[in-house]
Structure formats: C-alpha cells, structure tokens
Design a protein around this ligand. Structure first.
Ligand SMILES: Cc1cc2nc3c(=O)[nH]c(=O)nc-3n(C[C@H](O)[C@H](O)[C@H](O)COP(=O)(O)OP(=O)(O)OC[C@H]3O[C@@H](n4cnc5c(N)ncnc54)[C@H](O)[C@@H]3O)c2cc1C
Length: 435
C-alpha cells in the first residue's frame, strides 16, 4: 500500500472531487484521490445538464475533448394534470453560440474524462478503494484515512470530503448529521435510446442542439417533486424525484411515479419506440441553505453534495459541486503556500471564499423555499397544476358559452379549490421565499 504522505487526499471522484483534485494537482500539490467505484462515474447519477462556465473556470478548453452530448437551445417548463400540460417554452438561437452555456452529458463518460484530466494534472487516482474511516491525531485533527485495502492507512495534511450526498465518513466522524428525510429527494432515472435523427425530428432540433423539459404536477401525487426529460445525442434521459419524507408519508413508489410520467399523453409520444438500456436511482440533497453543515475543520473540508450544496429551486447541483471543489482547493493552496498548518482556523478561508460565490448567495436567497414547498406540496404540486389546466382548457375550448360565463366559472373553481385567502397567502409566501 501507499507509504508516502500527501499534501491532500480527495475522497470521491464525482464532480466536486474531480474539481478539487484537478485544481490541487495542477497547482503542484501532491494529491491522492480515492474512489470506491470501479472507475470515476461508475456510481454517479445525474440528469444531466452540465453548466459550462463553472467547468471553464477549472479547465478552460474543456470543449476540445470532453464528451458532451448536446448544447441546450430550448427549455420547456410544464405544469401537468393527468391529461394535459400547460407550458412555458423558451428557445433561443442565441444559445447556438461559439461557447455554449449548458450541455447535456452522460456522467459515466464525463466523469471518466474528468478523471483522465485529474491524472494528467499529476494526481494519483485509485479506484475500487473505499475510504472506511478518517484518522485523527490526539488533538482531533484529521491526518489521513483508512481504506479497505491491505496496509490500510494513508496520511495527508488535509482531507477533502467529496463523498456525495449519502457519504458516511463525515457523518460517522460527527462533522454533520445524516440528511433528514425532508431534506433529500430520491430520484429514479432511465435512459431511452433512439436514433439521433429521430430525436432531432421529435424535438425540432438540428445538429447538436438539445432540448430539456422540466415538469411538476399531478404525477407526483401531491408530493414535493419534479420530473425531467433531457435530450442526449442518441438517447433521452427521463426521471422523477420526490422528497423521501413524502414517499414515507404516502407509501408511493418512485418507479410508479416514473411510469405515470412516462405514460402521460404529453410524454408518451416523445418516448415512442425507444429502447430502455439503463436504470438508476440516487438521492439529491434538497434542504438548501438551512441544511448546509459545518464546511471545514481541523484537517478537513467538505464539498459538493456531501455539504448539501444543491440548488433544488433551479435544479442545479453539478455546478455547485464543481465550484465548491475548486474553491476548497484554491483555499487549501493558499494555506499551503503560506506554509500554514491545515487547521480549522486557516481552512475557514474556504467558507469565506464560498460565501462570496454564487453557491452560497443563491442558496441563501432561496433559504425559505424548501420548507414552503414541502409544507404546501398538495397545493403547489396538485391543486394549482389542476386549476391551471382547467383554466387553460376553458380558455381555448370554443363551445358557444359566453366568455363572461367562462371566466366566472374559472374564477369560482379556483376560489372553491383554494379560497381567496388561501391563494393570496400562497402568493405572498411564495414572493417572500423567492425574493
Ligand atoms: C437523477 C438526478 C438528476 C440530476 N440532474 C442534475 C442536472 O441535470 N444538473 C445538475 O447540475 N445536477 C444534477 N443533479 C445533481 C448532481 O448529480 C450532483 O449535485 C453532483 O453529482 C454532486 O457531485 P459530488 O461530487 O458532490 O457527488 P457525486 O457525484 O455523488 O460523487 C461522490 C463520489 O464519491 C464516491 N464515494 C462516496 N463515498 C466514498 C468512500 N467512502 N470512499 C471512496 N469513494 C467514495 C462515490 O462513489 C462517488 O463517485 C442530479 C442528481 C440526480 C440524482
């Protein structure tokens, strides 16, 4: 086993771990990265939209060889009842730019590429190696890790915990609590394969253009949750995720919700004749700002999903993971350059820098949204989508009923379902939580 001491050990080779390991190694630090999966990405699940500007800050020329599927030119948001969807679509040719802003990716391929970059930057990457424990000295400072290989102990000045949402090291060490059921969503996802030209025709795309659909509505049975459908080059990623506490309350199964979404009349034609080749399930941290744990301590920092850095409102995770990994590495590099010890006092720099970034600013802005959506899930994910569908249908159906009567009928169904006071109160709470 490895005898020498490292400047840094990075646990995990997902988005955050690769960002941290690459940034540290490319600045000349001696880095060991440990990943329990057979290869980087083998255990990772994502929709997946990847946000270019966050990766550009780490690997500016990534477009030259990264495995990118499609760049996104169209975003559809759907509110659904059982038979209809009311949509807002945004499509712009501006996204056909030289350096596109968002891409779909397939994590297994993307993480492998990122891991190659980490190795090229000089880090030692060991896969099929699970970190089982953190090693601490008599003062409690983390000085290394134990792994499930013969020899077992490896030492470093600092350990970067990039172990993902259900990583056990940090919780076992008492650095953070196990995520609460109301703070994590369980998402299930399938990959449906289709010829490239059929995808282009079905979604009105040309070349490498891509389209994504994100949806809320009755398929989640009143639970806090969303569905997504993303176009890759020769496949469609489709999935549904809801809060774990809601599954426990309703005893609904995630697979049943996904089936319901797939069989919705607005979705079924998009999946016609597809071949399903992959299936995955994974947790997503959704507690937001209030669920962020302690981010640093003596000899350690925590990044990405393990630190709950996920913006559920905007459905962003990988960009917060990459950014927190990069910033943690830059902070460690600064401490190292000053020849200071990796104490909590010095590693506080990571939090100071993260507080100044979009990561914490965005999560702070939406700090009350997770609780609002969770406690009002029946209204936001069932009643309002149903009312919106009924109102839209009433508006477009022409049947000889005078418009004044139609409008009165729509208004009275809204008041009956939610009451005037209920609606005003939802609107005010939503506006306050959003501001
Ligand atoms: C269904 C789904 C769809 C999503 N869609 C999007 C999207 O479209 N866009 C977006 O930006 N985000 C999306 N996300 C969120 C995004 O996937 C995460 O925010 C991101 O992957 C977090 O990266 P990470 O490096 O923190 O964790 P992970 O990617 O989970 O990586 C953690 C790594 O640590 C390893 N590990 C854990 N414990 C140990 C150990 N003890 N020893 C060694 N290795 C260990 C794991 O094997 C894993 O490789 C989605 C998530 C899901 C589940």
């Amino acid at each position: 086993m490895i005898e020498e001491k490292f400047d840094a050990i990075v646990v995990g080779a997902g988005m955050s771990g690769n960002a941290a390991a690459y940034t540290l190694a490319s600045r000349g630090l001696k880095v060991l990265q440990l990943e329990r999966g057979e290869y980087a990405g083998s255990k990772n699940v994502q929709g997946a939209i990847m946000y270019a500007s966050m990766l550009e800050k780490i690997i500016p020329d990534f477009r030259e060889d990264a495995p990118l599927e499609r760049h996104l030119v169209e975003q559809r948001f759907w509110m659904m009842d059982d038979t209809s969807h009311t949509g807002m679509h945004y499509r712009s040719d501006d996204f056909n730019e030289e350096r596109p802003n968002r891409y779909t990716i397939i994590r297994a391929q993307f993480d492998k590429w990122f891991s190659r970059k980490v190795k090229q930057a000089g880090a030692t990457v060991l896969c099929e190696t699970t970190v089982t424990e953190l090693i601490r000295n008599t003062e409690g400072r983390v000085i290394g890790v134990k792994v499930d290989r013969a020899g077992g102990a490896i030492f470093a000045d600092v350990v970067v915990l990039a172990e993902g949402v259900n990583g056990l090291l940090g919780t076992r060490a008492g650095f953070r609590e196990t995520p609460k059921a109301e703070s994590v969503a369980l998402a299930v996802k399938e990959m449906h394969f289709l010829p490239e030209e059929v995808i282009a025709q079905r979604f009105g795309l040309s070349g490498n253009e891509g389209c994504v659909i994100e949806a809320a509505g009755t398929f989640s049975q009143g639970m806090t949750g969303l569905a997504f459908l993303y176009t890759n080059r020769e496949s469609i990623s489709i999935g549904v995720g809801c809060l774990v506490s809601d599954y426990a309350r309703t005893m609904e199964s995630p697979y049943a919700l996904l089936e319901q979404f797939k069989n919705h009349p607005s979705v079924r034609p998009l999946l016609k004749d597809t071949e399903v080749k992959e299936y995955a399930a994974h947790l997503i941290p959704e507690g937001g700002y209030k669920a962020i744990p302690q981010l640093y301590g003596d000899g350690w920092v925590v990044v990405g999903d393990a630190a709950q850095l996920n913006n559920a409102v905007h459905r962003e995770g990988s960009n917060l993971a990459m950014t927190s990994g990069r910033i943690a590495a830059e902070a460690i590099f600064q401490v190292k350059s000053r020849r200071d010890p990796m104490t909590a006092e010095n590693l506080r720099l990571y939090k100071t820098m993260l507080d100044e970034s979009f990561v914490i600013k965005d999560l702070k802005k939406h700090k009350d949204m997770p609780a609002l959506l969770h406690t009002n899930s029946q209204n936001f994910f069932m009643t309002y989508p149903q009312l919106m569908s009924a109102a839209a249908q009433n508006f477009v159906r022409v049947d000889g009923t005078p418009k004044i009567e139609k409008e009165k009928a729509t208004l009275s169904s809204i008041v009956k379902a939610r009451s005037r006071f209920g609606m005003v109160s939802d609107a005010v709470r939503l506006a306050f939580a959003w501001r």
